[in-house]
Design a binder for this molecule. Structure first.
Ligand SMILES: Cc1cc2nc3c(=O)[nH]c(=O)nc-3n(C[C@H](O)[C@H](O)[C@H](O)COP(=O)(O)OP(=O)(O)OC[C@H]3O[C@@H](n4cnc5c(N)ncnc54)[C@H](O)[C@@H]3O)c2cc1C
Length: 418
């Protein structure tokens, strides 16, 4: 019998990992992407491989913060006024996801996706010949005051409650670990199990290339819809002609909503746009990836420089980037590591904006489409797509193969918003 042909829409980190595990099951895979592999959100993220990333973006008290987001365009989280009518229904669900009991459920549902991240990426990276990209030196959270340290206790308790070991560090231990860090940081927490990737784009490309060496086809085309035959999809329509297949995986990141809608599934997917700034040849920086509690960004030592990545901007998929937000990150990075040059020459700075594919409850959509038998969704990973891509791929490959799933897929159902 001919091998099952699976068409994976989207060659970001989720589609790339999924292609590899589908191949392991003997499937023939075609990856279809409207752009070059890895150049969506997977290009410029902070690189964190944090098994401890179980804290949803919406937490108790979120509602009170919404007015500030509207009036501070340079704040760590902001909503463009022009996008407010579009994002309002999503925001309402987002606020509701921050109820204390729901937050506990979300953390419990995230942990099975995030916990195996370092081990699974290491395995993929070894097979792809880029093992050097995956490191495991922990993740630091740093605070400028005891008050800030105390404010983060609820989120840390969620991480610890999910099984991550959190160590508390005082001023001297912190200096020893991070000599370049500004002395204004007085407390820290270290989560040793966490890892990071030193170049998420190179990692994603390497996975796609490995899939190609194993026989996958990579097609550059935009998927616009699906051809059905009864309760099944038989082909994806693209701007380069139809792509036929036996099963289909939608891993189109922030652009997946319309594809799901064309199959009859209304999913509240939107985008939390995020930014990074990179400084090549930095004079100072962290040894361990470090989250600034006050700035809400991560400073990560990458193979080509120091990256500060983070912040959230609700402005949809079409508005132009606001590069001032990346410059705010640069100033914060300089304040965090005073040894960095005050005036970094432009040639050493690069800026990027990417579209996190975000669901209001910070949980991805992983599972079968509601109305057709052979389409599976793997999108909506928000802040944890790099982390949870390998386990998402495992779950999707189980579902495509018709095996009992490795983890309970119920929390990620497309239908959970009714
Ligand atoms: C600033 C920032 C920092 C982040 N930091 C981290 C971090 O440290 N750790 C972490 O785990 N996550 C992080 N994330 C989130 C992470 O980057 C995303 O969750 C992840 O990259 C999503 O992967 P994906 O494969 O679903 O989407 P993408 O990488 O966006 O890939 C989707 C692909 O689908 C293609 N596509 C879409 N629609 C179509 C179509 N109709 N036809 C054909 N192709 C299509 C796109 O071209 C794209 O290549 C961060 C994100 C940002 C913005």
């Amino acid at each position: 019998m001919a091998a099952r042909h699976v068409v994976v829409i989207g060659a970001g980190i989720v589609g790339a990992c999924t292609a590899l595990l589908l191949q392991r099951d003997g499937s023939r895979v075609t990856l279809v992407d409207k752009g070059a592999p890895g150049e969506g959100a997977s290009l410029g993220n902070a690189g964190c491989l944090n098994g401890s990333s179980v804290v949803p973006v919406s937490m108790p008290g979120t509602l009170q913060q919404v007015p500030r987001w509207l009036f501070d365009p340079m704040g760590p989280l902001t909503i463009r006024w022009s996008y407010l009518p579009m994002i309002a229904p999503w925001l309402w669900r987002f606020v509701r996801a921050g109820r204390p009991e729901r937050v506990q459920e979300i953390a419990r549902a995230l942990r099975p996706l995030t916990a195996p991240t370092v081990e699974m990426h290491r395995q993929f990276a070894r097979e792809a010949g880029v093992e050097d990209l995956v490191r495991q030196v922990g993740h630091l959270h740093v605070y400028r005051s005891d008050d800030a340290f105390a404010k983060d206790a609820g989120a840390m308790a969620l991480r610890a409650g999910s099984g991550a070991r959190v160590a508390e560090l005082g001023f001297d231990d912190l200096r020893q670990l991070e000599p370049d860090l500004d002395r204004g940081y007085v407390r820290a927490r270290l989560i040793e199990e966490n890892g990071h990737c030193r170049d998420p784009l190179r990692l994603t490309r390497a996975y796609v290339e490995l899939a190609q060496r194993r026989g996958a086809a990579v097609k550059r085309a935009r998927v616009t819809g699906f051809r059905r035959d009864g309760g099944h999809v038989v082909a994806a329509f693209t701007d380069q002609g139809d792509v036929e297949g036996d099963a289909f995986v939608v891993a189109g990141g922030a652009w997946s909503r319309d594809l799901a809608a064309s199959l009859g599934d209304a999913v509240p997917l939107d985008t939390e746009r995020g930014y990074h700034v990179m400084v090549s040849g930095p004079e100072a920086g962290p040894r361990t990836p470090t989250t600034s509690f006050e700035g809400k960004f991560v400073a990560t030592p990458m193979e080509n420089g120091l990256r500060a990545a983070g912040t959230v901007e609700f402005a949809g998929l079409h508005a132009a980037p606001c590069w001032d937000r990346a410059d705010v990150l640069l100033r914060q990075l300089q304040a965090m590591y005073p040894g960095l040059a005050r005036q970094v020459p432009e040639a050493r700075v690069s800026r990027w904006m990417g579209f996190r594919p975000s669901m209001p409850d910070s949980l991805p959509v992983i599972g079968p489409a509601g109305r057709v038998g052979n389409v599976f969704y793997g999108f909506g990973h928000g802040h944890v797509g790099l982390i949870s891509a390998p386990m998402t791929a495992r779950l999707l490959s189980d579902l495509v193969a018709g095996r009992p799933p490795s983890i309970d897929p119920a929390p990620y159902a497309a239908s959970r918003f009714g």
